[in-house]
Design a binder for this molecule. Structure first.
Ligand code: ASP
Length: 356
């Protein structure tokens, strides 16, 4: 072959290989659906330095358009499922969200889901989805502590990182995750710890699942508890979740709140107990009365970390109570409500608290 022909041949092979790589990259771009529910991440204020704002004022398309480079991470589609501050999140919206996710994820055209959500009750929705989603594809919740109009708004980078995690095959099989302020945390273990700081979410007992940095993710932990594809809960035909109330314990706690909860139709009660799930004697008696009336009582704790064990200072075996193990009151409420979808004994429910 003449030298000039050889140079042309090398050049053509080079062009073809670049073209193939480009086509391959295009093909490999993941498909991520963003389901928007409102929250501060979609919030807007009149000025950048104002603490008051309105949640859910920005549409999902405007939110995505505000994040440079996000469309290079994945093919993105957005849907508005709800538009509330998460203080108004309800079981009805959680059911709608879980059903929509279960509809989307079996499709080969969907590789992962991002849910934008207010931070106030994000851990509750994350844990609900952790138990109700029937797929091991990534489901990522994300929010922000500052509204979109604030100086140093944290929403755009959080959303960028959330899409990067949802598009990452390494995120599969780790249950529902929350991505906020560079940290990837598991739905079971994280909790909101600051009313205003951007580093609000912590997982005090279990630590991080990984870290996310500008589209590069590093995973170093698999959540230990059962979730998603190994969860026994099926919400496909559920239209109403059983009522479960949380009662906050304190010194000189009023036991009549427990009676009122039962009289108003609660099927379950979670005590946000003092210390290791404790409450005063009068409240133990009221909780025992509730159990006799068929209500399931779970002892959790108002303390931010540690477990609640059985029969420590309160005789659960005699009184028929359930101990929440690692779950805080708000997540105990989610698990108890799901557990009450079918008849179960207190012992069977205790088993669920050791599993999820
Ligand atoms: N109240 C807001 C919400 O939970 C707070 C936030 O998103 O950070 O929707």
């Amino acid at each position: 072959m003449k030298r000039s022909h050889r140079i042309w041949a090398v050049f053509i092979v080079f062009v073809i290989s670049i073209g193939c790589q480009y086509a391959f990259c295009q093909e490999k771009k993941a498909n991520v659906v963003i389901l928007a529910t409102g929250g501060t991440i979609a919030g807007a204020a009149a000025t950048g330095a104002q603490s008051s704002y309105t949640s859910g004022a920005v549409t999902i398309d405007a939110m995505v358009d505000a994040v440079p480079g996000i469309k290079d991470l994945a093919n993105i589609k957005g849907e508005q499922v709800a538009n509330v501050g998460s203080q108004d999140m309800s079981f009805d919206i959680m059911l709608k969200l879980a059903k929509r996710i279960n509809e989307l994820l079996p499709s080969q055209d969907v590789d992962g889901i991002v849910v934008t959500h207010g931070t106030d009750t994000m851990e509750e929705t994350a844990f609900f989805l952790n138990l109700a989603v029937k797929s091991d594809k990534p489901v990522i919740l994300v929010g922000s502590m500052r509204p979109s109009t604030a100086i140093s708004a944290d929403g755009p980078l959080n959303l960028y990182n959330a899409v990067a995690v949802a598009a990452d095959p390494q995120a599969r099989g780790r249950g529902v995750l929350v991505v906020m302020n560079d940290w990837i945390q598991g739905a079971h273990s994280l909790t909101k710890t600051s009313t205003t700081a951007v580093q609000t979410f912590m997982s005090p007992l279990r630590g991080l699942v990984g870290v996310a940095a500008y589209g590069k993710n590093d995973f170093f932990n698999v959540p230990a508890w059962k979730h998603t594809t190994s969860s026994e809960f099926d919400i496909a035909n559920v239209t109403k979740m059983p009522r479960v109330d949380i009662i906050f314990a304190c010194a000189d706690m009023s036991p009549d709140l427990i009676d009122a909860s039962v009289n108003n139709g609660a099927k379950g009660i979670v005590i946000a107990g003092v210390g290791n799930g404790n409450m005063n004697k009068a409240s133990v008696d009221a909780a025992a009365r509730a159990v006799k009336r068929g209500v399931v009582v779970v002892r959790s704790s108002r303390v931010v970390t540690g477990t609640v064990g059985r029969n420590v200072e309160i005789k659960d075996d005699d009184l028929g109570f359930v101990a929440s193990d690692e779950l805080n009151p708000q997540k105990s409420r989610i698990l108890l409500s799901l557990a009450l979808l079918k008849p179960r004994t207190a012992n069977q429910i205790q088993e669920l608290f050791a599993t999820y």
